[in-house]
Design a protein around this ligand. Structure first.
Ligand code: G6P
Length: 627
């Protein structure tokens, strides 16, 4: 994780670095720092904690430097203290480095440097880099050569940016499996872990690839591979607009992103559903335009989905759909587990990585290992890799055969909301496409599911319009004294119970667990009393009665019962639940997308009322680029 940013050009670098860090703060906020080069000196300022501490320190300084690097940290090696904050300097403080990633062999390198009498000022893995570069600089005058030689000694996944007091017109960056994007302005150039940091300055960008090193000067950008061969690369222009990364009047990004969900679903429908497809006309083409080629979709015997966090919850809904609608046996694994205990190889397997950022280290590594272990096998065992991601230009997109772009727009709140809904839409589309190709359900059924999906945007609007005040009011009851919540759900809505619990944990710091409703009696029910509220996702359908019975069992143990349900069974629901979060009538198969919305809002309001940092909860980061 961590965010890095760099600037070289004609403007004052400090302001650009700080505003870039502000947009990267979602990647980590344990400390922040910048290093600029001016009048033959490196000027480095760092502060523990969030960016405003660094801002405060910089308030009364005047700095006209036109080159610099910055960093916002999510601590891996070494506590979140100022001495561990980046940038890290060499001994004579003339060279500064920021890094995102982990240098796995840093201990060995550190010992080697200590034996040469180098003194370390931090406990970080990164500090070996400035010292190593300095060692190599004594053999050669070229900063580029010294960095290349240093990189050859580093193991791990990293992105770095380097400035040197003797080279005021040179910013050098390198990428090895951690994201790094370059931005092209007029007489000014940028680098950052994520394009959001440079979007206010330019929309012309280029993603550095693994094994590439770039030299940014006021005159342009040169790109080389790690062996020094010059590369020919072309930037592209993004259609993203800087306004998308503003709060637009909402108190928090998370709230804004919850309210963007109807528009996100509309965009997904407009992008992927074929408007001319009508079930009763026996069309000879798919209702969904995902652009999947037959080598990815034909003869599938098995689908395996790999993901982390909220994306893993979307994958669980995906499993339900792929099995129940498309009829394909599907497994879902945490990417971090799959890496070290991969499943037996099955022929004709489609492997799907789900990641909103497209940069989650575990998910990428799991997909890469899947490709590698199947590489020498006969054709039916070869890897077919598909990504469901919100970042079409991300690392995952580069390693997969095809992506489903979720088109949710930039998500800034660390707790995922609109990207979860968009990923889930991606699974509906994939299931419908495969169902049509395999004729696993009749066309009229596919038509019904599509008709149901078309209602989702206005139904989410109804929830936002009619429930917001009631949910906010209800949230007040849980801001003091309550320390534990239980969420229950079954079938296609069990993942919604998981997602509701995760949202609450992430942003309100209230302990929450989710169980399949039928499992409550096998242990968790022992936790219940009047201080442990139970949220039951009770959407009408095949398991509704079962969930209601399980909820009654909880109620009999004095738990306060909150139900997420429709108005259809209002009398029964009123009899069962102490509080009801009402969602519109919906077919069970589509219900998760509606059921999640009140749970997102409940978590949001509990955290906001508690005065917590909703968009940047403690210890978390949005893009987890370390293992
Ligand atoms: C982090 C974020 C979660 C997210 C998870 C997976 O833990 O805090 O919100 O769900 O990473 O991220 P991805 O980008 O792979 O979807």
């Amino acid at each position: 994780m961590c965010g890095i940013v760099g600037y070289i050009g004609t403007q004052a670098a400090t302001d650009i670095l700080i505003s870039g860090l502000e947009r990267l703060e979602y990647r980590g906020y344990d400390s922040a720092g910048i290093a600029t080069v001016e009048e033959g000196q490196v000027n480095c300022v760092k502060a523990k904690g969030k960016l405003f501490n660094l801002r405060e320190k910089l308030e009364h300084t005047i700095n006209h430097a036109q080159i610099g690097i910055g960093h916002t940290r999510w601590a891996t090696h070494g506590k979140p203290e100022e001495h561990n904050a980046h940038p890290h300097l060499n001994t004579d403080r003339r060279l500064a480095v920021v890094q995102n990633g982990i240098i796995e062999n840093y201990l060995e390198l550190k010992e080697e440097l200590i034996s040469k009498k180098i003194e370390f000022r931090s406990e970080t893995d990164t500090e070996v880099i400035p010292h190593l570069i300095t060692q190599f600089l004594t053999d050669s005058n070229s900063l580029m050569t010294a960095i290349q030689k240093t990189i050859a000694r580093l193991e791990g996944a990293f992105a770095i940016a380097v400035v040197h007091a003797d080279n005021p017109y040179e910013l050098i960056v390198a990428r090895q499996q951690a994201p790094l994007v370059l931005g092209f302005g007029q007489g000014e150039f940028f680098c950052a872990s994520d394009m959001t940091a440079i979007l206010p300055h330019t929309r012309t960008i280029l993603n550095l690839e693994n094994g590439e090193i770039a030299r940014l000067t006021p005159l342009g950008v040169e790109i080389y591979d790690f062996e020094g061969a010059r590369m020919s690369r072309f930037p592209r222009t993004l259609d993203w607009n800087p306004v998308q990364v503003e709060k637009q009047g909402f108190r928090h990004y998370m709230l804004k992103e919850i309210y963007e969900q109807p528009a996100v679903v509309r965009t997904c429908l407009d992008t992927y559903i074929n408007p001319n497809w009508h079930a009763d006309e026996n069309p000879d083409y798919s209702p969904v335009n995902l652009g999947l080629t037959p080598n990815l979709t034909d003869n599938l015997e098995h689908i395996q989905v790999l993901a982390c966090g909220t994306s893993w919850h979307a994958a669980l809904i995906g499993k339900y759909l792929l099995e129940q609608v498309a009829g394909i046996p599907t497994t879902v694994d945490y990417a971090s587990e799959f890496r070290y205990s991969p499943k037996p190889i099955i022929s004709n397997t489609l492997t799907i990585g789900v990641t909103q950022s497209g940069e989650t280290a575990d998910t990428i590594a799991a997909l890469e290992s899947e490709r590698a272990r199947r590489a020498d096998l006969e054709p039916k065992f070869q890897a077919k890799l598909l990504a469901i991601t919100n970042r079409a230009e991300s690392s995952i997109a580069q390693i997969c055969d095809r992506i489903i772009d979720t088109h949710a727009g930039i998500e800034i709140g660390v707790a995922a909301t609109k990207t979860f809904v968009a990923q889930t839409m991606g699974f509906y589309f994939l299931s419908l496409d495969l169902a049509y190709r395999r004729q696993s359900v009749p066309n009229y059924k596919i038509g019904e599911i599509i008709a149901g999906l078309r209602h989702i945007p206005s139904q989410i609007e109804t929830i936002l319009d009619t429930q917001a005040d009631a949910i906010e009011e209800l949230a007040h009851d849980f801001t003091t004294e309550i320390e534990d919540f239980i969420f229950i759900g079954r079938g296609i809505n069990f993942p919604i119970a998981l997602e509701g619990a995760l949202k609450l944990k992430e942003i309100s710091y209230i302990h929450a667990e989710a169980y399949p409703a039928g499992e409550m009696k096998h242990g968790p029910i022992a936790l219940l009393d009047n201080k442990v509220p139970v949220v039951a996702v009770a959407m009408p359908g095949s398991v509704y009665d079962k969930v209601i019975s399980n909820a009654q069992e909880a109620k009999a143990r004095d738990a306060r019962l909150i139900g997420v349900t429709t108005a259809m069974n209002a009398t029964e629901a009123a009899h069962t639940f102490d509080d009801i979060l009402t969602v519109p009538e919906v077919d069970e198969l589509i219900s998760p997308i509606l059921a999640v919305v009140p749970l997102q809002m409940l978590s949001y309001h509990i955290a906001a009322i508690k005065g917590l940092d909703v968009d940047q909860p403690r210890n978390l980061a949005k893009s987890v680029t370390v293992e």
